[in-house]
Design a protein around this ligand. Structure first.
Ligand SMILES: Nc1ncnc2c1ncn2[C@@H]1O[C@H](COP(=O)(O)OP(=O)(O)OP(=O)(O)O)[C@@H](O)[C@H]1O
Ligand SMILES: O=C(O)c1ccc[n+]([C@@H]2O[C@H](COP(=O)([O-])O)[C@@H](O)[C@H]2O)c1
Length: 210
């Protein structure tokens, strides 16, 4: 098992960072790192979405690209791991399934689902939302430009994390306009995006310059 062993007799504390990660950026990594430190997590598993149904208004990059970028971004941290549960499950991705699958795979672990302020505000629209709370402790983290609400629940924790005004949308737009994403995403992810020409406008054969 990756991650760190807990003290004898204590349950493994497993953070779960779900996201589309198109691409993964330093805002995701800082949020996970801060929650891990404050909640004494043994491991944080990053779970790239398969079909993120609330992002169906835009084209999402193939899951394998998003998965591999997540592996590259987390590789240097011994407490960070990546799970394929959401990308290997056919159909739309719902957190209720993510948490059930992780509970089945890691019955020894106590789960902490990490979510940014924007996603937190959307939870009321998530599938089977009333059943989520029994499966994991939810930790809402601050994000520049969004107000963090606790949904009126005592069992949800709120945490201020270092402010990283970065979004995947902004990273994609920067690449599309030939602007740098160095230091917004990990170096290996910059290279991966360039190597696979992700987020570049598609040029048809007819548009080859003279
Ligand atoms: N800069 C950030 N600070 C804190 N939390 C963040 C930050 N960026 C994303 N998150 C949180 O990480 C999780 C996954 O986010 P996601 O992969 O959708 O990234 P995103 O930057 O919001 O993407 P997009 O711009 O494509 O919507 C969500 O819970 C989101 O709120
Ligand atoms: O369960 C749902 O209905 C649901 C709806 C939207 C988002 N989520 C989860 O929220 C996390 C962040 O999603 P996103 O779309 O902001 O990248 C990710 O783990 C998604 O699977 C979950």
């Amino acid at each position: 098992m990756l991650g760190h062993k807990p003290a004898a007799g204590r349950k493994v504390r497993l953070g779960v960072m779900g996201g589309t990660f198109d691409p993964i950026h330093h805002g995701h990594l800082v949020a996970a790192s801060e929650v891990a430190a404050v909640f004494g997590l043994d491991e944080v598993v990053f779970v790239p979405t398969g079909e993120p149904w609330q992002k169906s208004h835009r084209e999402v990059s193939p899951a394998e690209h998003r998965y591999l970028m997540t592996v590259i971004a987390t590789a240097s941290n011994p407490r960070f791991t990546v799970s394929r549960v959401d990308i290997d499950r056919p159909g739309r991705t719902y957190t209720i399934d993510t948490l059930r699958d992780l509970r089945a795979a890691r019955p020894e672990a106590e789960l902490f689902f990490i979510t940014g302020a924007d996603a937190m505000a959307q939870i009321v629209s998530w599938k089977d939302k009333d059943e989520l709370w029994a499966l994991a402790h939810f930790v809402g983290v601050t994000r520049p430009g969004h107000v963090l609400h606790n949904l009126g629940r005592d069992d949800v924790s709120l945490l201020e994390v270092p402010a990283m005004a970065i979004s995947s949308t902004d990273c994609r737009e920067r690449v599309a306009h030939d602007h740098p994403v160095w230091y917004l995403v990990p170096d290996g992810v910059v290279q991966y995006i360039a190597k696979h020409r992700l987020y570049r406008p598609v040029t048809s054969g007819a548009e080859v310059p003279a």
